[in-house]
Design a protein around this ligand. Sequence first.
Ligand code: SF4
Ligand code: SF4
Length: 147
Amino acid sequence: MTYGFKVVEEMKRGLSQWMDDKGYTSTADFVGKAVPNVTDWQYLNLNYVSKARIDQDACIKCGRCFAACEDTSHQAIWMKPGRVFEVNDAECVACNLCVDVCPVEDCITMERMAPGTVDPRTGKTVSSDYANWTTHPNNPMAVKAAE
Ligand code: SF4
Ligand code: SF4
């Protein structure tokens, strides 16, 4: 069996198991379901702040999250003695990269910061208001509120 064939078989098995878990019997059952989640980046809520969280009981200490964040993101994961990996909230920008590379499902999750708490990265209080780039003060093309 060629390697490419094995990969495809693995993908089919994974899709089949996911469909069983969700109760889907046909791919037509979920075609287009993600579309409502797609939006232009400028409408993303800038006040939605989250941080990566590592479940120490689930972690197998492989270090992939550390390498990924260290080399391609914000150097926001500490490797402590005993290969204990912890997120430094003062650096984490919630890019999700560590979640993508972690081989253990749900070992790393993104946790939203509650409004009213202070983001240690920016020093600013997290607001519950929705705000996006179209009205951001740093945007020279910002839409001005009606006077
Ligand atoms: S979400 Fe991004 S910045 Fe935060 S710990 Fe993971 S890889 Fe690093
Ligand atoms: S990638 Fe996941 S399993 Fe590996 S060290 Fe990081 S948190 Fe642990």
